[in-house]
Design a protein around this ligand. Structure first.
Ligand SMILES: *Cc1c(COP(=O)(O)O)cnc(C)c1O
Length: 379
């Protein structure tokens, strides 16, 4: 478990569960004729597996996707009625744990399928599972040319998977031709396994085409306010806000350097604020800046100030010169994630993606959750 902030003196990470619920409902509307699952792997993209999943369940989500059996067991303890899929599939030797916890592996190879079927035979019960085909990701999934072997086994054991899945590699780029190719390959697989529900779309796949919806969509990043589709306005509500305390404010002179490696030289007399956040808090070192390369940013009173120099383990330096009299003072909080600088806005200059900003939120923060509005029970 991450170190939190028992004194409350550290940063403040606010997670808006109402916004997560709103985003899930928006996706549920887009995918009107399909079920809308929720991908909550990696601690619900850093927002907290349990509080986030409970809020989604409260809003009507029933199908949850995690990556690992450990995540699944943690979720099962809180949500006895959820349907839980394990995206990494069946871990060798673990079938009994999946059975006991009522977890559905997303079977991704002939070996996994064989082990699952053997377990079902030994228990004389057809435990539910999903089956994933690789249509072009070259990651997890049964290879297309193995579909006959799958068919033979399903026929032999009279076993029907709950769902057939695949995963899109390029859905974040709507005009990428791989989207068409993968859809066509997926449809050809489905034709070989008639009558089994299907699921193809992640967040981007859900947003770019109804053809990707099938019987269930599996959004992750969009639930958490991240940008799913590149080159389009992100319609999702922001979910996280991260504010960190200013430790010190000082004046630096032209020609002085800032931080490790002397990687940034002041080209004017500057006012510098030192914030209590660093790569040890998941604030990526790739957000460092040099004189020729912009890095991360921070916000005070709606004014944006650039990080200067390298991100240290526990601190970063911010150039607040242009804020003049409105510059922050020690004890003030500066926002590094929120509505002004979104997870993607912060990730972009670091050469990374909102997903990585979010899943790195394991820092020395105090976490606060904003509850979703009470469900409308009126008639
Ligand atoms: C992570 C993941 C998703 C969700 O992807 P997003 O881009 O976050 O919406 C869906 N399906 C699979 C197989 C995944 O691994």
């Amino acid at each position: 478990m991450a170190v939190s902030s028992p004194t409350g003196l550290g940063g403040r990470l606010t997670i808006d569960l109402g916004a997560i619920v709103k985003n899930w409902r928006a996706l549920d509307t887009i995918s009107a004729r399909a079920l809308t699952g929720a991908v909550v792997k990696s601690d619900a993209y850093g927002t907290g597996l349990i509080p986030t999943s409970m809020a989604l369940f409260g809003a009507g989500a029933r199908f949850f996707f995690v990556a690992t059996p450990d995540e699944a067991v943690a979720l099962r303890q809180q949500l006895p009625e959820a349907h839980i899929f394990v995206l990494n599939g069946l871990y060798p030797g673990a079938a009994r744990i999946y059975e006991k916890e009522r977890l559905m592996p997303v079977l991704a190879s002939i070996e996994m399928l064989d082990e699952w079927l053997a377990h079902c035979v030994s228990a004389n019960e057809a435990f539910p599972a999903a089956l994933q085909f690789d249509t072009g990701m070259n990651r997890l999934g049964v290879r297309l040319q193995e579909s006959d072997q799958v068919r033979d086994r399903l026929d032999e054991f009279g076993y029907m998977p709950q769902m057939i899945m695949s995963h899109l590699a390029c859905a974040d780029q709507p005009s990428h031709e791989k989207n068409r190719t993968q859809l066509a390959l997926f449809q050809s697989i489905l034709a070989q396994f008639p009558g089994i529900p299907a699921s193809l779309a992640n967040s981007a796949g859900t947003m770019i085409s109804r053809e990707n919806h099938f019987q269930m969509v599996r959004p992750g990043i969009a639930l958490f306010g991240g940008r799913a589709v590149n080159g389009r306005k992100n319609p999702m509500a922001p979910v996280v806000k991260l504010e960190v305390p200013v430790l010190q404010v000082h004046d630096g002179k032209t020609g002085e350097t800032v931080g490790y490696g002397a990687g940034y030289t002041l080209d004017r007399d500057s006012r510098i604020a030192i914030l209590a956040i660093g790569y040890g808090d998941g604030f990526l070192r790739s957000l460092s800046s040099t004189n020729t390369r912009q890095g991360g940013r921070a916000v005070f009173n709606n004014r944006i100030a650039p990080l200067i120099g390298r991100v240290s383990m526990d601190t970063v330096a911010v150039d607040v010169t242009d804020l003049g009299d409105a510059a922050p003072k020690p004890g003030d909080m500066m926002e590094v994630l929120g509505k002004t600088i979104t997870v993607d806005g912060q990730a972009d200059p670091g050469g990374t993606i909102g997903y990585e900003m979010l899943t790195n939120l394991k820092g020395r923060y105090k976490r606060a959750y904003i509850s979703p509005p009470a469900p409308n029970t009126g008639g």
